[in-house]
Ligand binder design. Structure first.
Ligand code: FES
Ligand SMILES: [Fe+2]
Length: 425
């Protein structure tokens, strides 16, 4: 039973909260590299874990991520002038470098050294896999760089997008762990979305799905089995990696897909969507499909990360399509079906009123692991999922004989191996 207190504990990630402290121990995808396309380009507002920040790329190409507001009298540095290795506040000209250090206060004599005493809170950034990652925790505990396969394959093998979602990160993430909904919510898209169609997609339409959850060093495996040919089972194996990464089991020769669910604040999150193929470039038709909102990606309102289909237009629900079995819930597109359903639970679902069943075991385990990770952190131990070795895993879909342990039989398929394609049916 999730009490209100536990619900608050799991969903609040602002500065000084327990979960907020935990998330600040990991590298966090903060923005797309493409949002800061060149030196001295316009700065970008970034809200992460309820903190309002400004990101900019200086004249030398270095990325800074710091407090959005000028230390003088609080103007948003979004209006700033990004020039000559720093961001200058347009109100009275105070200027900051990528570390947040103030390097010029025009009103004060340079000899006074006044500006040296002014520094905005800032966070270190790295660029990896077309994303700018930041670390918001204590500097002495900064972990090694992330080891996710999608971020390490050649750029030609990868497509990354992100979209805002109007609900708490945990709610979105729990959708990523809950493989049972696929046979219902996405059932008709499994036959129509070109990035899903496969034998596996057909087998996934079977609603007799049984769950097995296995804890791993970095998180857990969620194995879901459905009937295949006689004597065999079709297993879809999801990886969840602490604190907010999930890897979706693949379909046929289609690429691998995954998500990171990053809190913007307690009532909004950024859904990062990663598609990659370990051994080949993504094809032009695949890229075109994704840019047009196919697969796990969505069409966005130009100049924003808000989906075109959203709460304000009732997700453009099409009741005729729902009745005619073209979509199960009336919303078009796999990603927006998830988003619509999850946003409908309210900005922060009241978990004290839910009734969990056996297919929710993954969701239950994730909550347990997050609590344990907070305990570990508070006792001075390293939380799980920080070691990049725990990131070097894959999801898989595989047909196995009945009566074998799925995680032993699929052990090889669940490791990321350079130059080796994923296991997929
Ligand atoms: S408020 Fe930024 S320089 Fe005055
Ligand atoms: Fe889904």
């Amino acid at each position: 039973m999730t009490t209100r207190e536990l619900n608050d504990f799991l969903t609040q990630t602002g500065s000084g909260t327990a979960m907020g402290d935990l998330l600040r121990r990991y590298w966090i995808p903060a923005l797309l590299s493409a949002e800061l396309p060149e030196p001295d380009c316009p700065p970008v507002r970034v809200k992460l874990l309820s903190e309002r920040l400004i990101a900019f790329r200086d004249t030398q190409g270095r990325v800074g991520l710091m407090d959005e507001f000028c230390a003088h009298r609080g103007v948003s540095l979004w209006f700033g002038r990004n020039e000559e290795d720093g961001l200058r506040c347009p109100y009275h000209g105070w200027k900051y470098d990528v570390s947040g250090q103030c390097i010029d206060v025009p009103s004060e004599p340079e000899a006074s050294g006044y500006c040296k005493r002014i520094k905005l809170k800032s966070y270190p950034c790295v660029e990896l896999g077309d994303a700018i990652w930041t670390y918001m925790g204590p500097s002495a505990l900064k972990p090694p760089l992330p080891g996710f396969e999608w971020a390490l394959v050649p750029q030609t093998h990868r497509f990354v997008s992100k979209r805002t979602q109007e609900c708490n990160y945990l709610q979105a993430m729990e959708g990523g762990i809950d493989s049972a909904h696929v046979s219902f919510l996405h059932r008709h898209d499994l036959r129509s979305d070109s990035l899903h169609v496969s034998r596996g997609a057909e087998l996934t339409r079977e609603t007799d799905a049984r769950f097995e959850v296995i804890e791993t060093a970095g998180g857990m495996l969620i194995g879901v089995r459905r009937p295949a040919q006689p004597g065999h089972l079709y297993w879809r194996i999801t990886q969840w990696i602490m604190p907010f990464h999930s890897m979706i089991p693949p379909y046929g020769d289609n690429a691998l897909n995954g998500h990171a669910w990053v809190p913007i604040d307690d009532e909004n999150c950024m859904s990062w969507c990663f598609t990659h193929h370990p051994t080949r470039r993504l094809t032009e038709p695949e890229l075109t499909t994704m840019r047009n909102g196919g697969g796990i990606h969505v069409k966005l309102i130009p100049g924003s990360f808000r989906p075109v289909v959203n709460k304000d237009n009732d997700y453009m629900i099409d009741r005729a399509a729902q009745k005619a079995n073209r979509t199960y819930c009336g919303v078009a597109g796999i990603a927006m079906q998830d988003a619509a359903i999850q946003e409908s639970m309210g900005p922060i679902q009241d978990r004290s009123r839910e009734n969990l069943v056996s297919t929710d075991n993954g969701v239950i385990m994730a909550r347990v692991r997050l609590r344990k990770a907070v305990q570990a952190m508070q006792q001075g131990r390293e939380p799980d999922g920080i070691d990049p070795v725990t990131h070097m895993v894959r999801s898989a879909s595989i047909v196995l004989p009945e009566n074998v342990s799925f995680y032993e039989a699929a052990a090889d398929a669940l490791q990321a191996k350079e130059g080796v394609a994923h296991t997929s049916v």
